[in-house]
Design a protein around this ligand. Structure first.
Ligand code: T1G
Length: 702
């Protein structure tokens, strides 16, 4: 059976069409570039052809270079022989007809064409920095010539996708088609209209100038976010080259800078994260043919911080959502909180007033369960106690239609026990959001043993429909995210008992790349929340390692930012954490009472004590069959706990250290500190067999 060519040439009278067909997103995979060049040469050689159209088959124009090809040593066409160069040098005008995505090498090819038209739903961008590289197909030289140096700098250092309308405004595209227009027909008409125009408008010929200060200004503005990274700074240098060098010199400088990034640790880590975020959506044991249900009428139970955030997430993505709470007061408070959250975004300029009004109008407070009977998906977000959640599930089971799905936002409780109070345990699962629920991208979909694949698939798609990355977890205490994170939360306090200070630990984690240190995060979330969790675990497990220092802070009312004192002290109305000598004194006194010898720590030991504890616990989760892949755990730490993306993820980072070294360290801490550092069996097996974490084979999912 012959496979369709990845690029084909078609003709419509005097117009040639070069059509890329490399599903799913027409990445510049093997043979695509060569195919484009070959078709272009044919079209230029065909006397009957007056103009050429470049477009993509299926759902997209071209989504860029094939990311799987990076770091493989795959042979690349030399400068001057690449598609960008040949398109630019075409004797006949080439029109890029854009739908879906024109990203990276896709937009670069479009900018090497002489004209660009797009449908209104198209998105364009140069997102290379998000995979640790820079646009290497002339994009850093052509975009400033089309959109100006500042706009190019913003787009290339952020990697953001922009709409076709914004691209028109910036001069990146020449013509925006009306909604509903047929792209192929419109492109042929457009090409016929410009076929005789000479000289051809080559972007390379456009002048570009810039206030030299914008480059340093951009370096300053990204300093905090881009610390420890190279790619964002190389992006700036490449755009600067566009504004200070002739075009061809700029292209060579771009290629030099690209070469410095392609195989960097940062680029490898970001490529890993890109594919891990796609892999996480796949359930290896999902039978073929199982489809997610296309729900229409969601509802949220509980209008507290989490419930309100979840309702906002639905409204932000266009869903009309009902919200219910135990009392009218609580409901009113919840709605007021939602209103003020939106108002804050409007004040910050990240949301327009009319968009706020639209979203608020989609959130419908209701006063009784009977108003839920037409809902097909309900997310329960009431107080995190089984005796509070069970009556809610009983009531929901009563009023909802038999096909409705019941999801719980619990962050740790036994969902099979919760399902047991309903007559539809197969339609019960977990949708664990992270706070703030309308902001954090991770949705942990918890699959209790009796949940059907349809129930799980629908929860996974629910996440995608509201802009989340859905990741599967088994039904175990704390599921995958919180359970793998729990030892980290204990270890950070135990380090204080041994002589560290909160600000010391936080500095290590910030230097490592976290946006905030774990103690400052604790203060933000509220120390009473984590204390509740510790109490519940201590009640369930007599051997649970108590944390006297953390418990004492809560006992004396230091709950964090909300009391202007926690691990740090805070000035009124200011969220800046200030080290507090009172806390240092408390730590010293309690450590003394516990008789823990004090010592100093290297930054590396602090870092490894925290992250290795998570790795060990995550290995236990995998050996129990409560997670599918080590890369899923990485996605959860990236999007649930702010693990620095340019380090790939917890296991990716650990693989760079080496399984054996990780195991040896944990085994030695087991000797030193006892049971809490008992190595996972999976970890020991990987170390003994010399198998990397990325190749670990977890137990079958249960
Ligand atoms: N290379 C290889 N595979 C890709 C790919 C790419 N560029 N883009 C997508 N895929 C695969 C993806 O792994 C998934 O596979 C499937 O397509 C659907 O993707 C020279 C150097 C286009 C916005 O960074 O941002 O050009 O899991 O699930 O949510 O300067 O994919 O089904 O097997 O993400 O609708 C620059 C990356 C490359 C764009 C679509 N381009 N892609 O999102 O689908 S560097 C990018 C995306 C470059 C030049 C340089 C998104 C998307 P599978 P998906 P989606």
């Amino acid at each position: 059976m012959t496979t369709a060519p990845v690029v084909r040439l078609e003709k419509d009278g005097d117009i040639a069409l070069i059509i890329v067909n490399y599903p799913p997103v027409n990445a510049l995979g093997p043979g695509v570039a060569e195919g484009i060049i070959d078709c272009l040469n044919q079209a230029n050689a065909d006397a009957s052809v007056r103009a050429i159209v470049l477009m993509g088959d299926g759902r997209s124009f071209i989504a860029g270079a094939d990311i799987r090809g990076f770091g493989t040593g795959r042979k690349r066409l030399a400068i001057g022989e690449r598609t960008y160069d040949v398109l630019d040098g075409s004797a006949k005008p080439v029109v890029a007809a854009i739908h879906g995505y024109a990203l990276g090498g896709g937009l670069e090819n479009a900018m090497a064409c002489h004209y660009r038209i797009a449908v209104p739903s198209a998105k364009v961008g140069l997102p290379e920095v998000q995979i640790g590289i820079l646009p290497g197909g002339g994009g850093t030289q052509r975009l400033p010539r089309l959109a100006g140096a500042q706009a190019a700098l913003d787009m290339i250092t952020s990697g953001r996708h922009i709409s076709a309308a914004e691209a028109l405004k910036l001069g990146i595209i020449d013509h925006l088609l009306p909604a509903g227009a047929d792209l192929r027909t419109a492109a042929i008409t457009y090409a016929r209209g410009i076929a005789a125009a000479r000289p051809l408008p080559r972007v390379r010929d456009k002048a570009v100038s810039a206030d030299p200060g914008i480059f340093d200004a951009m370096r300053k503005s990204i300093a905090r976010k881009a610390r420890n990274q190279k790619a964002p700074y190389h992006c700036i240098a490449a755009v600067e080259a566009a504004c200070t060098m002739p075009f061809d010199d700029g292209v060579r400088e771009e290629a030099r800078l690209f070469g410095e990034l392609e195989n960097s640790d940062e680029a490898k880590a970001l490529r890993y994260a890109f594919f891990a975020e796609r892999e996480v959506a796949k359930l290896p044991d999902m039978p073929v043919g199982i489809e997610a249900v296309d729900f229409k009428a969601p509802a949220v139970i509980g209008a507290g911080t989490m419930g309100g955030g979840i309702a906002m997430a639905f409204a932000d993505y266009g869903f009309d959502v009902k919200i219910l709470d135990a009392s009218q007061d609580a409901l009113d408070r919840g709605m007021e909180k939602i209103r003020s959250n939106y108002a804050t975004s409007v004040k910050r300029g990240s949301l327009k007033q009319e968009e706020m009004d639209k979203r608020l109008a989609r959130i419908h407070p209701i006063s009784g369960y009977e108003d839920l009977k037409d809902c097909d998906v309900v997310v329960e977000a009431v107080f995190e106690r089984m005796d509070v959640k069970k009556p809610v599930f009983e009531k929901l089971d009563e009023v909802l239609g038999p096909d409705a799905f019941l999801y719980s936002n619990s962050s740790a409780l036994d969902l099979d026990e919760l399902a047991s109070v309903t007559k539809r345990p197969e339609r019960v699962a977990g949708t664990h959001f992270f706070s703030p629920a309308n902001v954090m991208k991770l949705l942990e979909v918890v699959r209790p043993p009796r949940a059907s694949f349809e129930t799980v698939a629908t929860a996974m798609s629910l996440g995608r429909k509201i802009g989340k990355i859905s990741a599967i977890a088994g039904n175990t205490d704390g599921f995958v995210a919180n359970r793998s994170r729990a030892p980290f939360n204990s270890e950070m306090v135990i380090l204080l008992e041994e002589g560290c200070l909160p600000e010391q630990v936080d500095k290590v984690m910030i230097d490592f790349g976290y946006p905030m240190g774990p103690f400052a995060v604790g203060d933000l979330a509220g120390l009473d929340i984590s204390a509740e969790g510790r109490k519940r675990r201590a009640a369930a497990n007599p051997n649970y390692r108590k944390l006297p220092i953390a418990d004492h802070l809560v006992e004396i009312g230091r709950l964090g930012q909300k009391t202007s004192a926690g691990w740090y002290r805070y000035e009124k109305g200011d969220r800046t954490p200030h080290p507090d000598p009172e806390v240092a004194a408390i730590i010293k006194r309690i450590a003394g009472e516990m008789g823990v010898p004090q010592r100093s720590f290297t930054d590396q030991e602090i870092l490894r004590r925290l992250l290795f504890s998570g790795i060990n616990e995550a290995c236990k989760i995998l050996e129990e069959g409560k997670a599918y892949r080590t890369s899923d755990v990485d996605v959860m730490w990236l999007h649930g706990f702010g693990f620095p993306r340019y380090r790939g993820g917890l296991f990716f980072w650990a693989d760079n250290i080496g399984v054996r070294e990780v195991y040896n360290q944990i085994a030695s801490w087991h000797q030193q500190y006892g049971e809490r550092w008992a190595p996972s069996k999976l970890l020991r097996d990987l170390a003994e067999s010399g198998t990397a974490f990325k190749d670990a084979k977890p137990a079958p999912f249960v």
